[in-house]
Write a protein that binds this ligand. Structure first.
Ligand SMILES: Nc1ncnc2c1ncn2[C@@H]1O[C@H](COP(=O)(O)OP(=O)(O)OP(=O)(O)O)[C@@H](O)[C@H]1O
Ligand SMILES: [Mg+2]
Length: 333
């Protein structure tokens, strides 16, 4: 098994708003291995972006760190001073591309000025010429036109802006790239180009590991090695991409797959009926399984205690009634 680049243990990050606590990331544990893409999928509001932000170690108000560890080899970043984090970790060890980053580009700045601003912050000793040389070289090596560097954001397509941001975010060869919904709102061919770019960054060892966040689980088939499914602030199932997509154990995972218009080929078992309802209010988490209200297989037992991860063969799921028993997946309990 490949070595771990990062390890997250029982991470808790909550929003504190007007004295109330919203548990957006509530006890998340993950391992990130060298050379892999870890996909994270879940419905809107389940905490994906909060998790991405937390993984970068940046807990910006009203988000607050409440516990757990984020370890990069021997560095623990969850409690690191913000200035040190910005100086030594962000951009260099972890790069975070926030959701909708491409829409946040300053329309009055050419890409070249944006890059200069970004790199100067991390490496103030570099001259503007050195920065542009470095960027041009990287653009060239990744087959992106150098002309883009002299463009304004509005002159570029959404797909191109997202690729530019991805390349700029990885200029300092960070070990980990956190990409939050890098393909949402893009057409299929632009999505494909982003996926290809991220794979190239990994192959060339420009980055060592990628966390790829999306609300479109099926898309992860094209890029992720492993997938974690998030529901109401927690990971509810983890597995390899084919395990998660073709033989989900958690009823919620299956619901996420079934909610697409064309079912993926090879999905086993009967389709769940469309599950109605919405995720629980994260201000008021009740005892028991967080999916209970929407689950077609719920029993009274599900509503008593918090559901811990169960091992099923080499897989892990937070469910008392995983789908193995129903859909004939041959996994030993
Ligand atoms: N700044 C904030 N203050 C208070 N609550 C917030 C804040 N940002 C997010 N939340 C809440 O935290 C929860 C998780 O939000 P988050 O944005 O992480 O979800 P998400 O899975 O990324 O959703 P989406 O798919 O829509 O991007 C939601 O209930 C959301 O309303
Ligand atoms: Mg989000």
């Amino acid at each position: 098994m490949k070595k771990l680049v990062a390890e997250v243990e029982n991470l808790k990050a909550y929003y504190k708003v007007k004295g109330r606590i919203l548990k957006a990331v509530d006890g998340v544990s993950l391992g990130l291995r060298d050379g892999e893409v870890l996909g994270i999928a879940g419905e809107s509001g389940c905490g994906k972006s909060t998790l991405a932000m937390s993984l970068s170690g940046l807990f910006l108000p009203p988000l607050k760190y409440y516990g757990g560890k984020i370890k990069l080899k021997d560095i623990e970043i969850s409690k690191m001073d913000r200035k040190l984090l910005r100086k030594n970790v962000l951009g260099k060890k972890i790069s975070f591309i926030p959701q909708s980053a491409m829409n946040a580009l300053n329309p009055t700045l050419k890409i070249r000025n944006f890059v200069i601003d970004v790199l100067k912050e991390h490496e103030p000793e570099l001259s503007e010429e050195e920065i542009i040389d470095r960027v041009e070289e990287r653009f060239d090596s990744l087959s992106l036109s150098k002309r883009v560097i002299n463009s304004y954001p509005f002159e570029l397509s959404g797909g191109m802006k997202q690729r530019v941001i991805t390349v700029i975010s990885t200029l300092m060869n960070p070990e980990i790239l956190l990409a939050d919904e890098p393909t949402s709102a893009l057409d299929v061919s632009s999505q494909h180009q982003i996926i290809k770019l991220i794979k190239t960054l990994l192959e060339r060892r420009i980055v060592k590991s990628v966390v790829f966040i999306t609300h479109e689980l099926p898309l992860l088939r094209h890029i992720a090695d492993r997938i974690a499914i998030m529901y109401a602030g927690q990971i509810v199932e983890r597995g390899t991409t084919s395990q998660i997509i073709f033989s989900p154990l958690h009823p919620y995972t299956k619901m996420l797959m079934s909610s697409i218009i064309t079912p993926e080929k090879g999905m086993k078992g009967k389709e769940l009926p469309v599950v109605s309802g919405s995720p629980p209010n994260l201000y008021e988490i009740v005892a028991g399984c967080r999916f209970a209200e929407r689950c077609p297989y719920v029993t009274e037992e599900c509503k008593i205690n918090e559901i811990k991860f169960h091992k099923i063969g080499d897989r892990e799921v937070r469910c008392l009634h995983p789908l193995t028993e129903r859909n004939g997946i041959n996994a030993a309990k």
